[in-house]
Structure formats: C-alpha cells, structure tokens
Design a protein around this ligand. Structure first.
Ligand SMILES: NC(=O)c1ccc[n+]([C@@H]2O[C@H](COP(=O)([O-])OP(=O)(O)OC[C@H]3O[C@@H](n4cnc5c(N)ncnc54)[C@H](OP(=O)(O)O)[C@@H]3O)[C@@H](O)[C@H]2O)c1
Length: 331
C-alpha cells in the first residue's frame, strides 16, 4: 500500500516535471519562430498599394534623409506608399524625393525641412497644414540624436543635453500629437518609434540619450494600449547597433546590419515581438539583436550589464578623445 502511494507520488512529480520541460521547450520553439519564421502584419492593412503606385496612402518619416530613416523612406515607397520626408537639410530632402520618384514611378513625395532641436510651435503647425490633405497612415518616429561622444553627466554640455531631449522626446511627442488623431480617425494606422538598447539597459556616459530612449519604451507601451482601441498599431523598435553616421560603425557584421537589412527585417515583422517576447508593443527586428535582447533581458543581471556598458563607454570616450586630439594636431 505504502509502496503504491510512493509510486503515485513519484509518477505525479515526474509528470509535473515533464509538463514543465515541455512548456519550456515549446516556449523556445515559439521564440525561434518569432525570431526567424513568423511574418508580421501586411503593409496593405495600412493602405500600401504596389500595383497602382500613387493611389496608396502616405507614410511620414522623420530623420528621413540618412541611415535608418532614409531606408524606411525608400522601402515604404517600394512597398507602395507615398512618402512625406521630414528632416533638417532641404537639399537632401529634395534629392531623396527625386530619387524615390524616379526609382518607383507614380510614387508621390512631399517634404518639410525643420530642425527638431529648435523647432517652434509655428513649424509644427506648418507641418500639420502641409500634410492636412494627405491620407497619412504610417508614422515612423525615427529622428534621434545621441551625444557627440560618451561623456560623464557632470561634464555634460547643457546645450547638447537640451538638444537630445528636444529631438528624442519633445519632437516625437509633437509629431505624434499631429498624426495620431488622423490615424485614429481613419481606423487603420501604424506608428513605429525608434528605440535603442541604451534605453533598456541604461548606458553610463550616454545618460541623456539612454534616458530619452527609456522614455520612449514607457511612452510607446502606454500609447500602444490607448491606440489599440482605434485600430492603430504602435511599436517600439528595440535596436542595438546599425551601420550609420550616428553609430559611427562603418563595416556591417552579423551584430551590426546595414540599414537596408535592418529596415527590411522590421517591415517584415510588424506587430510581432521577436526577441522582445513578453514585452507588449515592442519589436526587436534584427535576429541577432533579438537573441541579445532576450538573453540580456531575462538572464544577465542588470548590475553586470551596467558595469559592462560603463567600461565600454569609457573605452569609446578615450578613443574619441585621442581621435579628436590627432585631428587637432593635423590642422
Ligand atoms: N544607428 C544605430 O546604431 C542606432 C541604434 C539604436 C537606435 N538608433 C536610432 O535610430 C534612429 C536613426 O538613427 P541613424 O543611426 O539612422 O541616424 P543618422 O544616420 O545619423 O541619420 C539621422 C537623420 O536624422 C536627421 N536629423 C538629425 N538631427 C536632426 C534634427 N535636429 N532635426 C531634424 N532632422 C535631424 C538627419 O538629417 P540631416 O542629414 O539633414 O542632418 C538624418 O536624416 C535614431 O532615433 C537613433 O537613436 C540608431
């Protein structure tokens, strides 16, 4: 009798263990599918029309003329959107608009030049007016500014500090405040916010940049839940390094994709999570970043990450100072 009861208990524990092992295995299979296999929402949901270019809805991209923003502008046009380009330098905007229109005949472009670091309410009003007759369905909040080089907060230039907050937080709010109500009215829209691993881990010596990107994490989630009820999809794109003038990385690798590959991965995974599994309204589009995201979020202790980020930033700062000194000597 006692032996039988013991056997039942052992079998019960074994079944429980097997069930847990199965759940864990299924979780990792699902994570793999999220990162590599499952595709996201089709862009046609938001009015893209590849077959009859020019008749589709519009996408607006901030920081549109270089790096990731330029690639979003080109690939959204390729996918059948008309594009509003917003950035700082008018010549670059004109050239990119012409480039897109000749590459994808029929596509319409419009542009507006503004410096988000010093933008006035009148400029935001002008942007709203300029686009009021356009059926904007997609907003890519891409513009972003980082520190010229890693710097201890106590030595930070207040002008640079202010610019980062203005571009990364204030401008993103104002632009979204213009377009989110329009997206809500049309009952189908998409807002993508360019986030950074700096906001997730917190990066010492890039304090203001990291803080501004951390703001975008909370803001995107809150906004996503609000706009879900209006059929507007919101996602923060959690991003590690991408080749660009901001990252100062010139050579691509598995860890650092070219903007073209990065944006293609993002547009294929709209409304999925990939490595940000379990974090609502967040997508880590690039597969290698997705693994780093998952491991650092769920396994590596935060204190270890902070110390590692500090020593990496310090190293980058030393190299940047040496480079600046060399350049000064060469003058
Ligand atoms: N690259 C990365 O490794 C990385 C990693 C994580 C997150 N991100 C985020 O991704 C986004 C794009 O970064 P990126 O590397 O592609 O940048 P980028 O190559 O430096 O391009 C920046 C773009 O933004 C425009 N811009 C810069 N300052 C502006 C201002 N004050 N007002 C208006 N436009 C301005 C630039 O226009 P002009 O050419 O006219 O100056 C350019 O079109 C940012 O939000 C960044 O934080 C990037």
């Amino acid at each position: 009798m006692v032996g039988c009861a013991r056997e039942t208990v052992v079998t019960g524990f074994a079944c429980f263990g097997a069930a847990i092992a199965l759940c864990i295995a299924l979780y990792f299979v699902y994570l793999f599918l999220e990162i590599h296999v499952l595709s996201g929402t089709s862009l046609t949901k938001y009015g893209a029309n590849k077959k009859s270019r020019g008749t589709g809805s519009w996408a607006l991209v901030t920081g549109a003329t270089d790096g990731i923003g330029r690639e979003f502008s080109v690939q959204l046009a390729q996918n059948g959107f008309n594009i509003v380009l917003v950035s700082r330098t008018v010549e670059k905007l004109v050239a990119l608009g012409a480039d897109i229109e000749s590459k994808y005949p029929g596509t319409k472009t419009a542009h507006y030049a503004m410096d988000f670091a010093v933008a006035t309410p009148a400029q935001y009003e002008e942007l709203a007016k300029l686009t009021s007759h356009l059926d904007v369905a997609v907003l890519i909040n891409n513009v972003g500014l980082s520190h010229a080089m890693p710097v201890p907060f106590i030595e930070m230039d207040p002008v640079e500090m202010n610019k980062i907050v203005m571009v990364n937080i204030v401008a993103t709010q104002h632009v979204t405040r213009i377009f989110a109500p329009r997206l809500a009215r049309r009952k189908a829209g998409l807002i993508l916010n360019l986030g950074s691993f700096s906001g997730q881990w917190a990066t010492p010596l890039l304090t203001t940049y990291a803080g501004s990107k951390a703001f975008l994490i909370a803001w995107s989630q809150a906004l996503g839940e609000e706009l879900r009820h209006e059929n507007v999809d919101v996602q923060l794109l959690n991003t590690f390094f991408v080749v660009s003038s901001m990252s100062k990385v010139r050579r691509p690798s598995a860890m650092v994709p070219m903007p073209k590959s990065y944006v293609r991965a993002a547009l294929q995974r709209i409304n999925r999570s990939s490595g940000a599994l379990g974090r609502p309204y967040t997508l880590t589009p690039w597969p290698v970043h997705a693994y780093v995201d998952w491991i650092t979020n769920y396994i590596v202790p935060r204190g270890f990450l902070l110390r590692k980020a500090y020593s990496t930033s310090l190293d980058t700062r030393r190299r940047a100072i040496r480079k600046a000194e060399r350049e000064l000597k060469a003058l």
